[in-house]
Design a protein around this ligand. Structure first.
Ligand code: PHE
Length: 443
């Protein structure tokens, strides 16, 4: 259950939508290399720490942190870490749901056969027409939120397992089909070169920050989603090896998505750095020209909706569970409150693709030219998740007593334990702090 739930949370739009467009925006290879380094040196130790705390606390993240702090004789202020995580989750879901809404809209486009025989220009038009219409975006965003809240209302466990067990492998297979198509019909070598030949001149402090943010985002780290699911992990399961498994699967899917997309981008003279619309303006081209493309396209977008759905559930569950515990709300009331807040904030993201393309209040600051969506994404992925991640590592590797964490982790090999502790104590927190300071121009 844990592996399925964690994989369901980790694999989502982050892999298929965000990774390719971030890599495209940041110049390819150098970003991908940094992203790998961040997954290995920061993501993995944080993930192990987060599961460790979750399994020991067995409650919502805010409660888990408070209980564990009490157990270790520490300040109850650690509970704030769970509260910050909840907020982060709600903020992320507010824009994630809008993008998942685009995916829903594309299910309909695919079903209507809009992609068959389409040109690069036609694909761009479909996308632009969608994002220019706030009402349409709002409709799909609302539908996605309703779907998410439906599962949350019924309690997370039912249904989730089946969704992940059958639909994930389906998505994986379809991405493989797309990669094969990219080999046959796209500029595959161009795609490979773009993703795997690092051009070190493209590395700026901002690219480093984005690679780090993406590593946290794609693994669902730093906000309690994984902590929440850690509570489901049986005592005898190995935290370290399941975490490695989840991280590897997640990374593999992101890379395959990149390999499916960039060859199409280059073969059709599209813009790699066009931003969040990237997969929506490239994949339909492939579906429009491959044999059986209408069916593949339809299945692909349906499966992507499911992947987004299982991620969305994990973003909001910590907040819903916390409200139930804290205010003795019924699950219904708590879901309704959280869902409505997220839905309303989502309207800001909807507007940032049409009426509010940038936040003018911020002109003259470092954020000039950013939209509401850009700002939310920047704040949550690049700042809040890594910050949550460091605190989780600090708690697990410093604050918790040595016997508790050794007992909970039970890494078979003593060297494995020492390696995790070293990464979680020093490398991950210092790495994140250094990256922050670098962006601020201090180091
Ligand atoms: N990891 C998810 C994805 O890649 C997004 C996510 C972020 C989920 C944070 C939960 C928490 O789509």
């Amino acid at each position: 259950m844990f592996v399925l739930a964690a994989a369901g949370s980790a694999v989502g739009l982050g892999n298929v939508w965000k990774f390719p467009y971030m890599a495209g925006d940041s110049g390819g290879g150098a970003f991908v290399l940094l992203y790998f380094v961040c997954i290995a040196l920061l993501g993995l130790p944080v993930m192990i720490s987060e599961v460790l705390l979750g399994r020991r606390g067995r409650s919502s993240p805010a409660n888990t942190m408070r209980t564990l702090a009490r157990e270790e004789g520490q300040s109850p202020l650690w509970g704030m870490l769970g509260v910050m995580g909840m907020l982060t989750g709600l903020l992320i879901l507010s824009y994630y749901s809008v993008i998942a809404g685009w995916t829903l809209a594309y299910v309909l486009e695919a079903a209507e056969g809009s992609f068959s025989g389409i040109s690069a220009q036609g694909v761009g038009e479909i996308f632009n027409r969608l994002v220019a219409d706030p009402w349409r975006l709002m409709f799909w965003h609302t539908l996605f939120m309703v779907l998410t809240m439906f599962v949350i209302l019924r309690g997370v466990r039912r249904g989730l397992e089946a969704a992940v067990r059958f639909l994930m492998p389906g998505l994986f297979l379809l991405i493989l089909v797309m990669v094969v198509y990219a080999v046959i019909a796209g500029d595959f070598l161009g795609g490979l070169r773009f993703l795997f030949t690092p051009d070190f001149s493209k590395i700026t402090p901002d690219v480093v920050l984005k690679a780090m943010g993406q590593a946290f985002f794609t693994l669902s780290l730093g906000m309690g989603a994984i902590m929440m699911y850690g509570a489901y992990l049986p005592e005898d399961a190995s935290i370290a090896s399941t975490s490695v498994q989840v991280a590897l699967t997640d990374t593999l899917i992101a890379i395959l998505a990149g390999l499916a997309i960039f060859p199409i981008v280059f073969a059709n003279g599209l813009e790699a750095g066009q931003g969040p619309g990237l997969i929506f303006t490239t994949l339909p081209l492939a579906f429009g020209h491959m044999p059986g493309g209408t069916l593949f396209g339809l299945l692909f977008f349906i499966l992507l909706v499911f992947a987004a759905w299982t991620s969305a559930i994990s973003m909001i569950e910590p907040a819903v569970a916390w409200m139930v515990e804290k205010f003795s709300f019924t699950r219904f009331r708590s879901s309704l409150v959280c869902g409505l807040i997220v839905w309303a904030i989502g309207a800001g993201t909807v507007l940032s693709f049409n009426l509010w393309t940038r936040v003018r209040l911020l002109d003259g600051t470092a954020f000039e030219g950013k939209s509401f969506f850009d700002l939310l994404d920047y704040l949550t992925s690049n700042i809040m998740l890594p910050l949550g991640g460091i605190l989780i590592c600090l708690f697990a590797a410093w604050v918790m007593s040595e016997p508790s964490r050794r007992d909970e982790l039970r890494i078979g090999h003593p060297a494995g334990y020492v390696l995790w502790r070293f990464l979680a104590r020093y490398i991950a927190p210092l790495g994140v702090v250094l990256i922050f300071l670098h962006v601020l121009g201090i180091v």
